[in-house]
Write a protein that binds this ligand. Structure first.
Ligand code: UDP
Length: 459
């Protein structure tokens, strides 16, 4: 970060940041806050946040944290329907956020001006609120550029009859968004919230178009053609400054405690032998899938580190649905934890593959450590990320055909021991080198970070 350092600003400028309260969104927003803080260009950084999934404030003493009421009842906060949750918080937080901003602007004006507001793209309501105060709003989009560009095509795809998805057309290519097939379009199957989802996507795209700029946790060499499309769709400055987590060592924004036995167990395993398995903070599966997955892991004969998050298996607390005889069958060849220090796990010499749901953070973290993937996207942007991993960057194997133990074992062996996996490992190592270059002086992310700072200071 040294060579991004700025002189102490002539006029003290405060930054306001507002993350979406989900793990895959809080982490990159706090990473961005740390990146901007380390430049020394801003006098202070305030993180406005909901009470629900409140960030671990004590781990970030250099920021001011301001909680706002989110109006969620216990049942609403516990819902598994992310779309309902996001719709509700956008509605509930409008008033409290406006009040909070009004107070901040009134008191800040005397000592230090507020430079701008940076909010997650999913906080679409915040554009109108910022406009009301004449405050520039920059959007942070925490997923891939490719998936966001796909959202902008939704109205056209509806007109063409490709959305909503029909079973008979799932394998059709989407000509406007190569290499995506209809099945890869970033939709979400929810109980009854299809309309809510469409409206959330439309509002998010509209509010981003009216924003003052767009920050990406991605980099030019990885998503060059999607970035070109984004610059057309969103005619505001685009700043691909990622990967965020590479600016600093392991992050400290985890909502769950990391089980460090993951690392001591990995220390006992041979180099590149372990398949790391984790489907992130939201994905779920049923008991039958869990059982097939467990036996597939056992039958693969590869060592594995498996994150079974409480709540991963619907209706279970943690491991009670593991099949009888499983632990005996694996003879210590596997280690199961509730939550792992993922970045450290991926960087460990024993980790040779990552079976992932292709959340964008996981995908980027895997690229940065040169670990090839088995892609099993669940919903939304994960499908787009998965398609890019398998078909564009060719650094992962798509997991097709539903959870079945034979398929699990075969796919793991294809990645971990066969030539196919070795070729993917070579290609991902090449991408990993690109990451290292892009953040050094003269690299693209380095350049965009400098322009972002100058841009904010110009407000
Ligand atoms: N993560 C972690 N430990 C785990 C699983 C995940 O620390 O056992 C972190 C991971 O490093 C990533 C984030 O949780 O930064 C998950 O974000 P992602 O976008 O991949 O998926 P989401 O949880 O949003 O579906």
């Amino acid at each position: 970060m040294e060579n991004h350092k700025r002189e102490t600003p002539l006029k003290p400028r405060r930054l306001l940041l507002f993350p979406i309260p989900l793990q895959g969104h809080i982490t990159p927003m706090l990473q961005l806050a740390n990146i901007l803080h380390a430049t020394g260009a801003f006098s202070s950084i305030t993180i406005i946040h909901t009470r629900f999934n409140s960030p671990a404030t004590a781990k970030h003493p250099h920021f001011t944290f301001l909680p706002i009421p989110d109006g969620l009842s216990e049942t609403e906060a516990g819902t598994e329907d992310v779309i309902q949750l996001l719709t509700l918080i956008n509605k509930n937080c409008t008033g409290p956020f406006r009040d909070c901003l009004a107070e901040l602007l009134a008191t800040a004006a005397e000592e230090e001006g507020v430079a701008c507001l940076i909010t997650d793209a999913l906080w679409h309501f915040s554009q109108a609120v910022a406009d009301g105060f004449g405050l520039p709003r920059i959007v942070l989009r925490t997923s891939s550029v490719a998936s966001f560009v796909a959202f902008t095509a939704f109205p056209l795809l509806r007109e063409k009859g490709l959305l909503p998805k029909q079973d008979s057309r799932l394998e059709e290519p989407v000509l406007e968004l190569p290499p995506l097939k209809v099945k890869d379009l970033p939709t979400i199957i929810t109980h009854n919230s299809e309309d809510l989802y469409n409206s959330l996507v439309a509002e998010m795209v509209k509010a981003t178009k009216s924003s003052a700029g767009l920050i990406w946790n991605s980099f030019e060499d990885l998503e060059h053609s999607s970035l070109a499309k984004s610059r057309k769709e969103f005619p505001v400055p685009n700043f691909p400054i990622g990967p965020f987590h590479k600016y600093f060592p392991a992050s400290s924004s985890s909502l769950l405690a990391h089980d460090t036995s993951s690392i001591s167990w990995l220390d006992t395993q041979p180099p590149k032998s372990v398949i790391y398995v984790s489907f992130g903070s939201i994905a779920e599966m049923d008991e039958k899938e869990f059982e097939e997955m467990a036996w597939g892991l056992a039958d693969s004969l590869q060592p594995f580190l498996w994150v079974v998050r409480p709540g991963l298996v619907r209706g279970s607390k943690w491991l009670e649905m593991l099949p009888i005889g499983f632990m005996e069958a694996i003879h210590g060849r596997g280690h199961i934890v509730k939550w792992a220090p993922q970045q450290e796990v991926l960087a460990h010499r024993a980790t040779g593959g990552f079976w992932t749901h292709n959340g964008w953070n996981s995908t980027l973290e895997s690229i940065c450590e040169g670990v090839p993937m088995i892609c099993m996207p669940y919903f939304g942007d994960q499908r787009v990320n998965g398609r890019y991993v398998t078909d564009v960057w060719r650094i992962g194997i798509g997991f097709e055909g539903g959870m079945e133990r034979g398929m699990v074992a075969r796919t793991i062996r294809r990645l971990m021991v066969e030539r196919e996996g070795e070729e993917m490992r070579e290609r991902i190592m090449w991408l990993k080198e690109k990451v290292d270059v892009c953040q050094k002086q003269g690299g693209s992310s380095h350049h965009y970070l400098d322009s972002l700072i100058s841009y904010i200071l110009s407000f």
